[in-house]
Design a protein around this ligand. Structure first.
Ligand SMILES: NC(=O)c1ccc[n+]([C@@H]2O[C@H](COP(=O)([O-])OP(=O)(O)OC[C@H]3O[C@@H](n4cnc5c(N)ncnc54)[C@H](OP(=O)(O)O)[C@@H]3O)[C@@H](O)[C@H]2O)c1
Ligand SMILES: [Zn+2]
Ligand SMILES: [Zn+2]
Length: 352
């Protein structure tokens, strides 16, 4: 065991503050990564403030961060996938049982025994896992991803959650050339969804509540932009979408989007607001439309997404911040005041 530097919250209402946490020494299959960048996902904020208390209550102290890119410093004796000096990346999961039907299908995120990167029982040290707002992390090689060498590292970190969470449902629901695809909410997930859907050659329509994001949406790859609070603009797209991805972090009316789907169209929720949605049965009945959810993606698919982003040179648009600005960044995230992901430069932890 060794002590790592980290930023942690001690309660749902306390700010993140400098602390030290215990990490295990690498066992034979482990990779020890010195973290270079960690993205700030809205899930970090939901979890830090215990907004998901009904589903996954937060255990304090809590260390967020599941968009991790770093440099491999040490590897265990059985590690074949990485050597010291390589880049390594870690997303939302650090382990699973590897034997259940979900794991065998490459869908480790649905494994009943999955270990998420933070706030999940730590099989090695007891207590809970601690995320990437830290100078280092130790993870089994099977859950460490390769980062294409052409990608900017600060911008690549958010691919580990925002990238895979948007890539996976688009692949699952058959987003391909010419499909009409909606993206609701131009935040961290939403802006990656736009880039990926554009790279898949879909016709991309962004729904935003923020008129000032219109120009950016087009620059990021949107073919059309709709201000979602304008009922006339919404109505023009009624019954026309093959697929809509909803990446909104707060309470909003999803029926408005169900009505925009074509026959057999699908609305997938990836945004996870605190309160449940109200759904009108009629919107789904009329047109045999479907409503579903999606959670990150499996390890093999995460690697596929990283390689896809490498090929298309896709990274998140990031504002790089020092760790000391993390509480300010959380407040700005709540106001949708970031273009379009914060990425923490972990070199800033050295001064703590
Ligand atoms: N399913 C999964 O596996 C998974 C993975 C990661 C994250 N998530 C969840 O996905 C959600 C989005 O995460 P993120 O990191 O992308 O968050 P984010 O950067 O804060 O983006 C959320 C966006 O939602 C829109 N929005 C915010 N408040 C709104 C409101 N009151 N009404 C309508 N739209 C509103 C804003 O877009 P506009 O300004 O364009 O309207 C905002 O930029 C979070 O709930 C997060 O926990 C789920
Ligand atoms: Zn996330
Ligand atoms: Zn499993």
């Amino acid at each position: 065991m060794y002590k790592a530097k980290a930023y942690s919250a001690t309660s749902a209402t306390s700010p993140l503050a400098s602390s030290t946490i215990a990490r295990r020494d690498p066992t034979e299959n482990d990779v020890h990564i010195e973290i270079l960048y960690c993205g700030i996902c809205h899930s970090d904020l939901h979890q830090a403030r215990n907004e998901w208390s009904g589903v996954m209550p937060t255990v304090y102290p809590f260390v967020p961060g599941h968009e991790i890119v770093g440099r491999v410093a040490k590897v265990g004796s059985a590690v074949t996938k990485f050597k010291p000096g390589d880049l390594g990346a870690v997303g939302c999961m650090v382990d699973s049982d590897r034997t259940c039907p979900e794991c065998r299908a490459g869908l480790e995120q649905f494994c009943p025994n999955v270990t998420l990167t933070y706030n999940f029982p730590d099989k090695h040290l007891g207590g809970v896992t601690y995320g990437g707002y830290s100078d280092s992390i130790v993870v089994d090689q099977r859950f460490v991803l390769r980062v294409p060498s052409n990608l900017n590292l600060a911008g690549a970190a958010p691919l580990l959650c925002a990238g895979i969470t948007t890539y996976s449902p688009m692949r699952h629901w058959g987003v391909t050339r010419g499909k009409k695809v909606g993206v609701v909410g131009l935040g961290g997930l939403g802006h990656m969804a736009v880039k990926i859907a554009h790279a898949l050659a879909a016709h991309v329509v962004v729904f935003t509540t923020s008129p000032h994001k219109k120009e950016d949406a087009r620059r990021l790859g949107a073919d059309e932009v709709v201000i979602s609070r304008n009922a006339d603009e919404m109505q023009k797209h009624a019954g026309s979408f093959d697929f809509i991805l909803d990446a909104v972090s707060a309470d909003h009316d999803i029926n408005a989007y169900i009505n925009l789907l074509h026959r057999d169209g699908n609305l997938t929720l990836v945004g996870a607001p605190e309160k449940p949605h109200a759904v009108s049965a009629f919107g789904l009945i009329m047109g045999r439309r479907s409503l579903s959810g999606s959670m990150i993606g499996g390890i093999a698919e995460t690697q596929e997404m990283l390689d896809f982003c490498g090929k298309h040179n896709l990274t998140a648009d990031v504002e790089v911040i020092p760790m000391q600005k993390v509480n300010e960044a959380f407040e700005r995230l709540l106001k949708s005041d970031v273009k379009y992901r914060f990425s923490i430069d972990m070199a800033s932890l050295k001064s703590e």
